[in-house]
Write a protein that binds this ligand. Sequence first.
Ligand code: ATP
Ligand code: MG
Length: 583
Amino acid sequence: MSHPDAPDAESTDFIREAIAADNQSGTFGQRVHTRFPPEPNGYLHIGHVKSIALNFGLAEEFDGKCNLRFDDTNPATERQEFAEGIQHDLAWLGFTPSGPTLYASDYFEQLYTWAESLVERGLAYVDDQDSETISTQRGGFGQPGVESPFRERSAEENLDLFRRMRAGEFDDGSRVLRAKIDMQAENMQLRDPIMYRIKRSTHYRTGDTWVIYPTYDWAHGQSDAIEGITHSLCTLEFMDHRALYDWYLQQLDLPFEKPEQIEFARLGLTHTPMSKRVFARLVEGGYVDGWDDPRMPTVRGMRRRGYPATALRAFVDRVGIARTNSTSEIELLESFVRDELNQTASRRMAVLHPLKVVITNWPADEVVLVEAANNPADPDAGTRQVPFTGELWIEQDDFKLEPPPKYYRLSPGREVRLRAGFYITATDVETDEAGNVTTVLCTYDPESEGGSTPDGRKVKATIHWVSAEHALDRTVYLYERLFSDPFPGEGGADPLDSLNPSSRETVAAKLEPALGDAAAGQVVQFERLGYFAVDMDNPSIFHRTVGLRDEWANIQKRNQAQAGKSKQNNQQGKQGKKKSEGA
Ligand code: ATP
Ligand code: MG
């Protein structure tokens, strides 16, 4: 069964149409070769999953190839650990690069050679000004650019200086290499952009071989060209960079068709600032346990939390490819997770906030093994035996001394069903000095095993339980949103201002014994409570993956009601209030 919001198999978008058109016209000789180009300065997040699914998905659909290339041109923040983690995450998501892992840093020599050739042809020059001056001179919209006093240096002088930049003769930041394009170009990216900076920083792969590093724009298109990429997909912020991407490639006189840059909308998610820089701050500031903290929107955080890779992929497919940025609701992602787990997760019983029940007419020391279904959604999942005794744990919430109206669970004199067990009726309570109920005394009906009685007597509630004697003591983490604000950082605010101070609650839970066999990373459903993942390293810790209630369905209902109302309003000639679904 697939999620009701899953897209049709043959759904298309403007990128697929562009590729189909290229294939029709023979632009790339029917070749489709994409790449996923992460910078190893952090781990992958859910936004990257969209780019991955797009790039790898296109290669698969068009019988092409997709490279994994690390865009590692910025030594200060890049690390081997991140490069390895990204490869691991990619494999976990279920994608395999078409060849070996590639690195832009392997192209440094080629990029340098090409840069020298631009210098020789008067298309690039060394500027001795500092980056602040250069940036001021760039001007702005409707503001003229100012040409650098070093712009007219001879090719010979430029070549000499550029070689000495590489040789390490100059201080960091004292000179840059700039492309000589047009300081009055309407597109700011073409106003003599920087190609190389001097930066003494040990690179995680090339060490101290280089003291000059290429900028993103200079490295990216040329790396694409080296690899024979046909369609270079990037997010909308790079729209203005396309003219520069094309300009550089035009100067190189390549013997084959130049790659084509196409931009698409980034994935946005409510309650989620989508930026490695913000995540690095969360980790470094100790706000979370690490990049794999289950509250993190990283691939490794979501994996630890119990999100299946297939659910992440189904979610980004549903969001689809668009040309305008939008923000999807996090509840939609959660509904994909829930949908998948509903099919696959075994049902188990666990009590998160325990209250003792003593069955006064239970034969002393007797243990009855009752049979419980492992997954009502999957009959093949079979059953298990759960020990039932005269002392049980139930949830504190499932008993009320003075039940409010419409409360049908346990209360004095009330009979309820214990899931897969017996009917019990509360007869009395024990309390502590403060009057809090510490134990509920009950009687049980010996004829009610398995959930029904010979007289067909009805009860209005079924609650879960765990035998006290057999219970496993485990730590369970309950998670709320990491950021309370649906749009953290909106309007220039610091996203960390809306960090939820109580995004994790720790409870000492009582679990049914079968949970002792749960494998690391396995996700189970705690009946009536939600889905919970066994920690990947410590099997005595469980993480709440997602609750049972489908909040996405509620949001949709609300939106539909709103849409209906606004339609009515429009019919009455009034301005209706529009609310987007956000996907
Ligand atoms: P961040 O700001 O989180 O560092 P980034 O774009 O700098 O993101 P990269 O490692 O450079 O991160 O990204 C690798 C690829 O993933 C790029 O092609 C980028 O366009 C894409 N990508 C990053 N974030 C998103 C997103 N939110 N939605 C879709 N694609 C994304
Ligand atoms: Mg980046």
